[in-house]
Write a protein that binds this ligand. Structure first.
Ligand SMILES: [Zn+2]
Length: 165
């Protein structure tokens, strides 16, 4: 049996980015967004779910999303990224932790994030079981961050021991 020091809280940080790809459906946070382009990548390219998955795995010091779901593995080709998040949540619960809150920054010049913010928060609430008032999504413009156009996402999470209180 693995012995684990009792840590009441753990924070995690996740980052991801994908370039645009014409003609691919665009998913952000599990929400389909009307657009002529999607995000290039082996899976559905959901940059927010990838950053969130890595934040949870990082908080637990588990292997990261690229180690668990290799882009050379045919099983994950065009896979819905909800799969990756579900695995991270399963590992989190198995280790005796629950999500307390999450905070994400989406960096993109297009599409505008603001009109989709509440739908994304609701979808993340459905996927994680967190109430929406503990889910924050912020949209930012690139402002010279990167030359190639696409979407980047930074996400932080706080986990708490389920037996802490
Ligand atoms: Zn990704």
């Amino acid at each position: 049996m693995r012995s684990e020091t009792f840590v009441p809280f753990r924070t995690g940080l996740g980052f991801d980015s994908h370039e645009f790809e014409e003609g691919k459906p665009l998913y952000i946070g599990g929400v389909h967004i009307e657009s002529s382009f999607g995000l290039k990548g082996h899976s559905d390219g959901d940059v927010l779910l990838h950053a969130l998955t890595d934040a949870i795995l990082g908080a637990l010091a588990e292997p990261d999303i690229g180690e668990l779901f290799s882009d050379r593995d045919e099983r994950w080709k065009s896979a819905p990224s909800e799969l990756f998040l579900r695995e991270a949540l399963k590992r989190m619960r198995g280790r005796g932790y629950e999500l307390i809150n999450l905070d994400c920054v989406l960096i993109a010049d297009r599409p505008r994030i603001a009109p989709y913010k509440d739908r994304i928060r609701e979808k993340l609430s459905e996927l994680t079981g967190l109430p929406v008032d503990r889910i924050s999504i912020k949209g930012k413009r690139r402002e010279g961050f990167c030359e190639v156009e696409g979407i980047a996402c930074i996400c932080t999470v706080l986990l708490g021991r389920t037996d802490a209180g």
